[in-house]
Design a protein around this ligand. Sequence first.
Ligand code: CAA
Ligand code: NAI
Length: 705
Amino acid sequence: MEATPAANVVTTTVSDHIALVTISNPPVNALSTAVRRGLQRAIEETSADPAVHAVVICGAGSNFIAGADIREFGLPPQAPSLPEVGALIEACPKLVIAAIHGAALGGGLEVALSAHYRLATDTARLGLPEVALGLLPGAGGTQRTPRLIGAQAALDLMLTGRHASAREALRLGLIDHLATSDDIAAEGIAYARSLLSDGSPVRRSSAQTDALADRAAQQAAIDAARADVQKKRGLFSPGKIVDCVQAALDLPFEQGLATERELFTQCLESPQRAGLIHAFLAEREVAKAPETRAARPRPFQHVGVIGGGTMGAGIAVALLDAGLTVTMIERDEAALTLGRSRVAKVYDGLIQKARMTEDGKAAVLSRFHGSTTYDALAHADIVIEAVFEDMAVKKAVFAELDRVCRAGAVLATNTSYLDVNEIAASVSRPGDVVGLHFFSPANIMKLLEIVVPAQVSADVVATGFELARRLKKVPVRAGVCDGFIGNRILAVYRQAADFMMEDGASPYEIDQMARAFGYPMGPYEVSDLAGGDIGWATRKRRAATRDPRARYVPIADRLCERGWFGQKTGRGWYLYANGARTGQPDPEVEAIVAEERAKAGVTPRRFTQDELQRRYLAAMVNEGAKVVAEGIALRPLDVDVAMVHGYGFPRHRGGPMKWADIVGLPTILADIRAFAQEDPLFWAPAPLLVQLVASGQSFDSLNRA
Ligand code: CAA
Ligand code: NAI
């Protein structure tokens, strides 16, 4: 066997007339410039080599190719482009076979579609997930996929970005053959040999016509997809994907490719692409904290949960879903029964939707235990406390944990606002105490703030990160302060919203602004969903320590005093007639708002939606900058991930700090300074923001530091 190094990352070996081209670019064989050059050279060389009759392309490591190199988007393009490489592969006069294992995603699948035949191992995952990055498949994928599997299946893959299994890909016609073993190189070579011996011709995806033959059916699929995309306004690339598939139906291949290129470039230049790729990378970066580098997590399997209320039950479900053993502790049998029923209700809901069987529920619940005595936690590896938000109650619980838990058990609190340093200092083993701040509903929401008190051991923090990984949550490291990262920032932009309301905007206009920005709900709708009493309790707790100079808007208190807590009481900021989930604007609320304005001596003024948005977001960004400067968040990207995964900030905008970079920090600072004319205390510019503007830098520069 003769080895020809085509480039460091792409190697070609020729044996018995078959060239094996192997891509080796860890971790996921992304199509970096070096890989594209290597592939180009390999195809040129094998095309010209009379000894080669067939070419097998495969990936080293655990994937075929995970796609274009995400880190290269936005940088000046380097030749050859991926479409050029695809064209070269397709034009190759020798049979080209893509041998797929692991991930064949985005540009990776497009390379495979440029080949003449495709096989995959049973566990391979194939997909065109570009839509999740604000892009469309830009290397012929929008033209070749419909030609191979028809418009409907192609649109489904491209608009959802989902990964198809090898078996589904075979059924759809995306691949031709299922490998019988995991030795993908050997499987690829054997398949190439069988194609050669059968006299199989070079077969180019661009020339396939069968799947598009029924034009009426294709057009119907495109029209349906377009209607669906138009309903989900806000995202840019889905509509462009539909346009490309229309071009695949209407135009010759080369012209379709030109359309694809033009629309791909538009997507590439859109701020949504920048936002979504930032989110993708940031979601991975947050998992890398100093403690995860410095220490190994402690092993765990048995987790105790104290409290079976809203959070305790949700946390228990999250733990059970990850295969862990759970012991719930409650105050008495009645409360424990309630806690159990909250857990069981989640699984009953799944059974109702036919997503779980009774047997499946029984199997999960066999790992769930309840007790009213702490001794049941003697062997627990981690304990998560989720009792009432009251320091005395929490300390009493931690005293019990200190008494019963084994040495080395991790003791965690789910507190929203209380001082985790104080809780840690109350036990004999403060090094074992950490904050694990889940979000409601805890079995659904992805964010997990890992709150790091002063005395905690690094391996305890690393255990928190490992728990997040096991629970498929997005961990964000947070320092100790009132509200940590997320709730602290939330408190500030909620205040900005209340100020705008008192100054003349209606809560409904503010909610509308937030939805138009891309939030699933506005702040007042969220308050109605969560229950206005929660915020009320926090405001009362803070009343004594509130800066007497700070502006305070009591309108929410007026609603709470009437018992209007939101959906659960039938009215809050909105009216929920007969248990409705969607509220209607309430003229009585508007009257209360007007009355409070008058009491405060405010002459109401009109706000445009743009003005509302600028104030709402400037408040968020300004507090985010303070949180970063104080080291509460490690980097701006941690703020971004927290706000996206815990507070509904639209992911396609990357997060508030990324959004601020895109808008331009000088613009944000100028706004803040203008607002500060009215309220210098609330709108005091964050020193970090001032400093970044002075030095011409962005928040992103701190992410890379
Ligand atoms: N480019 C560059 N780096 C990538 C990458 C890519 N396409 N895909 C993954 N990585 C990196 C990750 O950032 C991560 O890096 P760090 O270790 O430094 O954080 C590392 O590879 C491992 O990734 P994961 O942690 O996600 O590993 P996993 O095993 O959980 O998942 C995966 C592997 C399924 C391939 C997943 O990484 C993934 O979905 N990747 C993105 C795939 C994608 O969107 N491809 C389309 C790209 S766009 C395109 O191809 C456009 C075009 O048509 C021209
Ligand atoms: P909840 O009131 O629904 O539940 C608290 C539960 O703790 C009750 O079932 C109560 O019986 C139990 N409990 C009280 N004292 C106990 C004790 N000494 N021993 C055992 N059990 C005891 O409260 P919720 O909403 O679940 O909140 C719990 C904690 O989680 C609080 O610290 C809260 O700040 C925090 N949190 C709440 C979020 C939310 O959205 N509800 C979000 C994130 C954190």
